[in-house]
Design a protein around this ligand. Structure first.
Ligand code: BG6
Length: 466
């Protein structure tokens, strides 16, 4: 008997800006991604430049039918993608939407439904319209709440019969660490205080709660979730100073789920702000809006980190970084691999909130080698990816046995796409190989990797046959 619930949502995830390409087609405006050619650490460009892999992505905009069919071939029950805000509102602050943009997602969601796949849609996934970044400094401006409200009302109304599952902001807690990518904040990070960042976060939290309210009014059947980076933090040693340091770091992440789930700020936020001598500016009505809490909590999980009271060597990793754990191995990009951390995070989150959880990102970014097999088919022997996913799914099963209520699991980058942090295609996550390289070469043909049949079997057996 499978440990997974019988209606468990198995599938995969992508984001518009990392796969669609067609960055200026059919009325789409520029997004912040179009001027970040080399990821979060690279310089920004004034205009889109040809070395920016996201401008073409994997050409999903034109090939989505072929891709959805391939994903359906694995038996996907759910497909997570995002709507590119600048396809719907090219500048972000218009009143009227771009019909061609809306039509694209109508067609995409219809295609998913044709195969019985539920779309799971991220409303804002690191792709704030560029105009909102340059003109308003992104989410630092309260005006963004109104623009976002107009955007969500438009898409909720349009897709109310096609999409049931929604996520308001991708990895909302990353705004404290990657203000441009996450919050469309054009001011360089070095010039921002923690107070500025928490104020921007407040605007997003109000917008997120407002979206939940509006969504439930438009269709009471909607399931609307928040989305955070879940990164368990371990104390580097049993020294109580390390434990306290861990607790303080945890608070900076937990505040986002606390507000989304409990509908109000936790008390510890006052202390974070008072250390900096600041406060969050609230408008009348904000507290009331925040009471619109989410239906479920979703998160990405790639790694855990350690905290130390002593300045210790920081590791590489996702958007948050952290102190390396001497007990864990790392991926080629220095992300520490910790399957048991996933069981831990599922338990701690469920213990804290008793809300359904959804793992909407998990996977291994690796360099894949395209080979020709004995039947003459091009493929990739990605046994390392299978091992990674297998170990994580085993821990998910453990967490379910622990009593955690889990809605589903979507692996990240189920088809190869452009990475967010480094903007490379070399860092591949997919079950499907896309022939495109970082120098822009490649036929864009799709090939099934070894992990394709493996994941199909996992889904067919509802997580039993790993
Ligand atoms: C998450 C993001 O941070 O991690 C995705 O939500 C991203 O957009 C994923 O792609 C993996 O990160 P990277 O940098 O390897 O693409």
């Amino acid at each position: 008997m499978s440990k997974f619930p019988k209606d468990f949502l198995w599938g995969g995830a992508v984001a518009a800006n990392q796969c669609e390409g067609a960055y200026n087609e059919d009325g789409k405006g520029l997004s912040i991604q179009d001027i970040i050619p080399h990821g979060i650490k690279g310089p920004i460009s004034e205009e889109p430049t040809s070395d920016n892999m996201k401008l073409v992505g994997i050409d999903f905009y034109h090939r989505y039918k072929e891709d959805i069919k391939l994903l359906a071939g694995m038996g996907f029950k759910v497909f997570r993608t995002s709507i590119a805000w600048s396809r719907i509102f090219p500048k972000g602050d218009e009143k009227e939407p771009n019909e061609k943009g809306l039509q694209f997602y109508d067609d995409l969601f219809d295609e998913c439904r044709k195969y019985g796949m539920e779309p799971l849609v991220t409303i804002s996934h690191y792709e704030t319209p560029l105009h909102l970044a340059k003109e308003y400094d992104g989410w630092r401006s309260r005006k963004l709440i109104g623009f976002y409200e107009n955007y969500v009302r438009t898409i909720f109304t349009r897709y109310k019969d096609k999409v049931k599952y929604w996520l308001t902001f991708n990895e909302i807690n990353s705004v404290l660490h990657a203000p441009l990518m996450s919050g469309g904040i054009y001011t360089p990070k070095e010039e921002l205080t923690i107070n500025d960042l928490l104020q921007a976060a407040h605007h997003e939290l109000v917008a997120s709660a407002l979206a939940t309210k509006i969504g439930h009014e438009i269709n009471p059947e909607f399931k609307i979730g928040c989305m955070v980076i879940a990164m368990p933090i371990y104390p580097l040693t049993p020294n109580p100073d390390d434990v306290i340091k861990m607790m303080e770091s945890d608070h900076e992440n937990l505040l986002f789920t606390d507000v989304h789930v409990r509908g109000k700020y936790p008390n510890y936020v006052k202390r974070i702000l008072s250390k900096m001598g600041g406060e969050i500016k609230m408008e009348p009505g904000d507290e009331e809006i925040l009471k619109n809490t989410v239906d479920f909590i979703s998160f990405s999980y790639y790694m855990s980190i350690c905290e130390s009271a002593k300045p210790a060597a920081k590791g590489e990793g996702n958007l948050l970084g952290g102190v390396a754990n001497p007990h864990l191995e790392s991926s080629d990009w220095g992300w520490q691999i910790d399957p048991k951390g996933l069981r831990y995070v599922l338990n701690t989150m469920y213990d804290r909130y008793q809300k359904p959880l959804f793992i909407v990102e998990n996977g291994l970014g690796a360099v894949d080698q395209l080979i020709t097999d004995e039947n003459g088919n091009k493929t990739v022997d990605d046994t390392y990816r299978i091992n990674y996913l297998k170990k994580h799914i085993e821990q998910i099963a453990e967490a379910i046995e622990d009593g955690v209520e889990l809605m589903g699991y979507t692996t990240w980058g189920c088809i190869d796409l452009v990475s967010a942090s480094t903007a490379e295609l070399k860092k591949r996550y997919g079950f499907i190989y896309v022939d495109r390289n970082d120098d822009g070469s490649g036929s864009l043909e799709r090939y099934k990797k070894k992990s394709y049949d493996w994941y199909k079997k996992v889904i067919e057996s509802n997580g039993e046959d790993l």
